[in-house]
Every structure is written in C-alpha cells, then in structure tokens.
Design a protein around this ligand. Structure first.
Ligand code: SF4
Length: 371
C-alpha cells in the first residue's frame, strides 16, 4: 500500500504481538496504519463502495463499516469482496452479525462486549468461527457504552474502568486460546484516553487501535486527536489509528496521515514551511502559502518548501528547505537546495516556485525518491 515496511523512527515502539487485518499488518513493529469508517448505510452497497474508493484514494488503509441490521449484514460479503482495502465490520448488540461478518469474509470484526448481551455465552463460538476463518477481533471498549458492572464499580468511565473492561473481555477469548486480538479503549477526553492506553499498554501485548471517540467537528477533533495520538505514539504506544471527526471520512484520513508524518512515523511528502507573518512581512504570506500549497497538491515526492514573509528568518529557512522563497521589497528570492537561483517580482513568486518544484520532483523521481 505504499507504506514503508520499517517505520522511520521505530526504536521506541512498544513490543506487541502482530495481527493481520487482510493484507495490512497491525502491531509487532508494523508501520502504524490509518483507518476510517464509512458514513453510508452499509446496506447501500453502491454508495458504500463508492465511499470506500474515495477513502482508498485518500490513503486510508483499513475501513470499518457499521452493521446494525440484517440488510447491512447481507451486504458485507459483496463489500468485503469488492473493496480494495480490508473491511472491518462494526458490531454492537447482536452476536449473530458477528458470525455473519466472519462468514462474509470481513478482514476483522469489531465487537463492543459492553453492548452485547449474552456475550459471555457466545464467546466460545465467536472464537471458533474467527479462528476457522483467520479473522481477528477488535475489542472496542468505549466510554459511552461501558459495561454497567464497571460503571457501578468505578462510578464513571475512568482509565482503570476502560482497561479492566478491555482486559476482562480479552480474557474471555483467551480462555478459548484465542489471541488474534487488537484493543481500543476510547474516551472523548484526551487526558483520560491517554492514561487508559498507557495503562493498557503496560498490562498486555495486544496491538492497540488508537482513537478519541466523539472528538468533535474538524477543528476540535483534529486537535484532540493530534494531542492524544502524539502523546501516545511518541512513547511508542499505538499500532493503528482512527481520527474521529464530524466531517467527511476522507478528512479523517488526511489528518491521520499528517499526524504520522509529523511524528516521523511516515515519510513526509510535501511539506510547506510557511511563517505566520508579522509586522515585518513584505508580502501577503497567507495568500502565498495557500497558492503554493494548492499548486503543489498531490505531489508525491518528499519536498520541503519554505514560504517566508521577509528577510529576517526568510533566507535561513528557505536555505534549509529543498526549495523556498524569502520575500522583500516586492520581490522574492527563490532558493533551491540552499542556493539563490533567481529573484523574481512578487507577482511571479508562485509560478516560479511551482515550476522549480516540478523540476526538483522530476529529478527526484528519476533518482528513485518517492513512493
Ligand atoms: Fe515575520 Fe519575517 Fe518571521 Fe515571517 S519570516 S514571521 S514576516 S519576521
């Protein structure tokens, strides 16, 4: 899927067992994968596959689909077969859909035992069916639907309650010698969520799926997820991530990829280093940065482009980047690999930068840099 097998900074990754979600390895040092969830009715196979195709194009590696009705369960086989990325069925309440999803060839099944009545009685059969089909299970504990027994014990969804719930549920599977498991312990408060995952990471070696649940609209959700994932991933905790936003799922994927790139867990592709502007700026930095970003969108080679508003920090940053502009007096000095290659009037800065970026990208592609 174009993701390097060895993460760039993997020295500190927590040791965990590895599971396979279809062709995507999760845990055991595998690159941290990015996943999302469809918003269509799963029973609408065409719309769901269309959204999965969009997610795939945006870089999503694993997709989850909700399965609340029999019609949704009936659609799983076609969706799993036609999707280009592994499909996980998300099951609440009904054990019969767990069996349906396994039979349908889903790459994994997410269960929330806090929500599944008679779950304890059915674990043996679920473990058997999952083993027979090589289907891993995600135990997805969620603060909003925590087991009532644990809510009574802890008073609310504390990190300890989330972890106890997850490990108890895992132990039910372990009793049947089933360990093809990954775990999530989601909470909408990053502070609680971080602590829950930290404790869970110490108490088991299952791969962990990170998520801040109900993170909110795009702006707030992006920040909550970046803060929480950053705190955990920088300690080596987390094997696959899902950013939850009240926004189109492709946005979740973009944010997830950007978080991994920012942490050095993914190769950085295009990176725009632009200054925030200040009273010294001699060009409209926001407009310039936006235009350069738009002009270079979709570029696949790792390229750091500096867009700087004046000559104070401008030349220094522009020199550090592969390519850059330091603006001043209505002109822009264009730097390529640390050398000023030309000085152009302000009106030609964007086109010149894009032109030089294309030349650099072509050279890098020739040299085999990039995906
Ligand atoms: Fe201000 Fe210049 Fe720094 Fe931009 S590069 S923030 S304009 S001092």
């Amino acid at each position: 899927l174009g993701v390097p097998e060895v993460p760039l900074r993997d020295a500190q990754r927590r040791a965990s067992r590895r599971i396979q979600v279809g062709p995507v390895p999760v845990g055991g040092g595998a690159p941290v994968s990015v996943q999302s969830m469809t918003t269509t009715r799963t029973s609408d196979v065409g719309a769901t596959l269309q959204q999965i195709a969009e997610l795939t194009a945006s870089g999503c590696q694993i997709v989850r689909v909700a399965c609340p009705t029999q019609d949704d369960a009936d659609a799983l086989a076609t969706i799993a077969r036609k999707s280009q990325i592994p499909v996980i069925a998300d099951i609440h309440f009904q054990p019969k859909y767990v069996f349906a999803a396994i039979e349908a060839g889903c790459a994994a099944v997410r269960v929330n035992p806090g929500n599944i009545k008679q779950f304890d009685d059915r674990v043996k059969e679920i473990a058997q069916a999952a083993r027979d089909h090589g289907t891993p299970i995600r135990i997805g504990v969620n603060a909003g639907s925590l087991d009532r027994r644990l809510l009574q014990k802890y008073g609310k969804a504390t990190p300890e309650a989330l972890v106890e719930s997850a490990l108890w549920e895992a132990s039910l599977f372990e009793e049947h010698d089933f360990r093809d498991i990954k775990i999530s312990v989601k909470h909408n408060d990053p502070v609680v969520m971080i602590e829950a995952y930290r404790q869970l990471a110490e108490q088991c070696d299952y791969p962990l799926h990170l998520g801040v649940t109900e993170a909110g609209p795009a702006f707030q959700g992006t920040i909550k997820s970046a803060v929480a994932f950053g705190a955990l991933l920088s300690r080596g905790i987390g094997d696959t991530i899902r950013v939850s936003l009240s926004a189109p799922p492709a946005e979740e994927v973009k944010v997830g990829i950007q978080i991994l790139q920012s942490l050095g867990l993914r190769e950085r592709r295009l990176e725009i280093v632009s200054c925030p502007s200040c009273g010294r700026a001699q060009v409209d930095v926001y407009k310039l940065a936006e235009e350069v970003t738009a002009g270079l969108e979709g570029m696949e080679v790792p390229l750091r482009v500096a867009v700087m508003g004046c000559v104070v920090n401008g030349p220094g940053e522009a020199r550090e980047a592969d390519l850059g502009v330091a603006s001043g007096n209505g002109k822009g000095q264009i730097f390529v690999k640390g050398e000023v290659v030309k000085t152009v009037p302000e009106s030609r800065i964007v086109e010149t930068l894009i032109d030089e970026a294309m030349k650099l990208a072509a050279r890098m592609e020739q040299d085999g840099v990039g995906p």
